[in-house]
Design a protein around this ligand. Structure first.
Ligand SMILES: Nc1ncnc2c1ncn2[C@@H]1O[C@H](COP(=O)(O)OP(=O)(O)OP(=O)(O)O)[C@@H](O)[C@H]1O
Ligand SMILES: [Mg+2]
Length: 273
């Protein structure tokens, strides 16, 4: 009986069905102070423990949505709630991973990861041990003393992921975290993220231009229209978990999702053009 209750996927499914969403975006519009609307009337929820991807044409407001959730920007109208509270400044427990490498150039790998632990208030005496564990998790045990300039793009994104994990957020906001990587490294990083996520199973909002990446990882994929961004469609991805991001791509259902989402985005891109 205990074995069933402690099954992380069952616990996650229970959380997915819990009443209060982790994030609620209600009828939000956003204009960056000018006349051009970035977002128009967007409503979207992130459930507890859900892996949600957002795809859509360039400039449709995906990054803007993440900024609203993290309190880096404020909506012109509508409401953004995190765990039922209106967002004013960055809510506790929100972790952000950007597309561009934002490691501190003057700090080595261990020190960069320590920033995440510091932000999380991790006990000082246990930090070195925790950094060892995190480095092992992403296969960079040998590189703790390296500075970012001596790492490849893929290694830097691994360290950035590690720092995010060190912070141990309740909600993960990831803005094209692997967008700058070559196809093979990207696939590997996706695989690693999926395997790490299957252990902590926190809510993730994952922005990507890569439809296959979105379908392979997510519980749900939301497609946005061209600017001003609205929700065009959403797809519940009913593919089995745990998933291996390479094997899942062999399933016929996987390709049906990808085709449908691709058609939606093409329609929007043509309309925008
Ligand atoms: N700081 C800013 N000041 C003014 N306008 C901005 C700012 N940031 C974004 N915008 C505008 O808001 C709109 C949405 O931008 P956003 O960066 O959210 O798009 P995106 O969907 O993330 O695009 P991409 O896929 O290219 O990253 C764009 O038209 C952009 O020009
Ligand atoms: Mg963006």
């Amino acid at each position: 009986m205990n074995a069933i209750v402690s099954d992380p996927e069952l616990l996650r499914q229970a959380a997915l069905n819990s009443a209060e969403p982790a994030v609620e975006i209600k009828n939000v519009a956003m204009d960056y102070g000018g006349t051009v609307l970035a977002l128009a009337d967007v409503s979207l929820n992130l459930k507890e423990g859900e892996f949600l991807s957002i795809v859509g044409p360039s400039g449709c407001g995906k990054s803007t949505l993440l900024k609203l959730i993290s309190g880096l920007a404020e909506a012109a109208s509508g409401e953004v709630l995190v765990r039922g509270k209106p967002v004013r400044g960055t809510p506790p427990g929100i972790g952000f991973m950007f597309q561009r490498d934002v490691l501190l150039p003057w700090a080595n790998v261990r020190e960069n990861i320590a920033v995440g632990l510091e932000c999380a208030g991790y006990p000082v005496n246990d930090r070195e041990k925790r950094i060892d564990e995190l480095l092992a998790l992403i296969g960079l045990e040998q590189f703790g003393a390296y500075y970012p300039r001596a790492l490849s793009g893929g290694m830097r994104q691994r360290v950035a992921l590690c720092r995010l994990l060190a912070y141990s957020p309740d909600i993960y906001l990831m803005d094209e975290p692997f967008g700058a990587l070559d196809a093979q490294t990207k696939l590997l990083m996706g695989q690693e993220l999926l395997s790490i996520w299957s252990r902590f199973r926190k809510g993730v909002v994952f922005v990507t231009h890569d439809i296959e990446e979105a379908v392979s990882m997510s519980d749900r994929v939301v497609v946005m229209t061209g600017r001003p961004g609205r929700i065009k469609s959403e797809y519940q991805i009913d593919l089995p978990r745990p998933r291996d991001s390479r094997n899942v791509r062999k399933l016929p259902a996987f390709h049906r999702y990808v085709d449908a989402i691709w058609n939606d985005i093409m329609t929007e891109s043509v309309r925008a053009a």
